[in-house]
Design a protein around this ligand. Structure first.
Ligand code: PAF
Length: 284
């Protein structure tokens, strides 16, 4: 597996692939890899001749300095996992390499529409502008045929689809299902920051969501919303930041189950200081 550190190395690697007529899959990550990321790599390997995985903790998408500072960084272990998974190349640049003029929010304001304004967009001002900035840069550097994202960040996929359309980037976005621990907790790089007690409590988030899908046949949207929030808030050290039941395409809240083709419940919970996100499909 090639380890690429500079933009120049990356673009030359990708140009050589294109010149040989090989298709390319891009898997953007912030490292601290787990089985969820590896499922994206597997999918990318199945759908392309060659795969580039990026490992870059992108400072411009963090609106909280402590979150950026404590974000887990495990580069050597990540390289080993990617090598075992069969990725052909990893792009692991420095912050200076990506932002030679300083890591600030983008000068260019991306037109991300209303999908970027609700939920994470409302709670983390500037977050999606930063995501659009780094993902568009990576796509322009690599010009992949496909780019792979996990459905745990359900809203992020909607924002990236919008960004790709408005920026005119020619790439197919592939969304991949959430990977969970045996006890239901959605895999996240942030899970390592949970204390033993918080880790024992956190599966209660998915348990409440999964149960609410079953109960939703006999309950209104509002009743399901309140049941999930009350159940999770009753867990030790857990506090729901938001729980939105939305049209999966527009991300607008729905008031009834038949208001949209696909209805998704998107939740963010503080488990102690750790911010966990998850989502579940109610109607498809
Ligand atoms: O989902 C993530 O890990 C990040 O937001 C991404 C897409 C790699 C951009 O930094």
């Amino acid at each position: 597996m090639k380890i690429l550190r500079t933009v120049d190395e990356l673009t030359r690697h990708c140009e050589a692939l294109r010149a040989s007529g090989l298709s390319l899959g891009l898997v953007p990550t912030m490292g601290a890899l787990h089985a969820g990321h590896l499922s994206l790599v597997k999918e990318a390997l199945a759908g392309n001749d060659s795969v580039v995985v990026s490992l870059f903790v992108n400072p411009t998408q963090f609106n909280n300095a402590a979150d950026l500072q404590t974000y887990p960084r495990t580069e050597e272990a990540d390289f080993r996992l990617l090598e075992q998974a069969g990725a052909q190349a990893v792009f692991a640049p420095s912050v200076e390499e990506i932002y030679p003029d300083g890591d600030r929010q983008p000068d260019h304001v991306f037109d991300l529409g209303e999908v970027a304004e609700v939920m994470e967009g409302a709670m983390r001002p500037g977050h999606f502008q930063g995501v659009a900035q780094i993902v568009s840069k990576l796509m322009r550097m690599t010009q992949p045929d496909h780019a792979y994202f996990g459905e745990k960040d359900f809203q992020q996929i909607a924002v990236i689809r919008r960004m790709v359309a408005t920026e005119g980037i020619n790439v197919e976005i592939v969304d991949c299902p959430i990977i969970r621990e045996d006890d239901g907790l959605a895999l996240s790089s942030r899970n390592v920051r949970l204390s033993k007690e918080q880790r024992a409590t956190a599966p209660g988030i998915y348990a409440a969501l999964a149960d609410s899908v079953v109960r939703s046949s006999e309950m209104s949207v509002e009743e399901v919303h309140d049941m999930v929030v009350n159940r999770i808030n009753a867990l030790p050290e857990c506090e729901v930041e938001y729980f939105s039941i939305v049209d999966a395409e527009t991300l607008r809240p729905v008031n009834s189950w038949n208001e949209a083709k696909r209805v998704q419940g998107c939740i963010t919970v503080f488990c102690g200081p750790v911010r966990l996100i998850d989502n579940i499909c109610y109607r498809k």
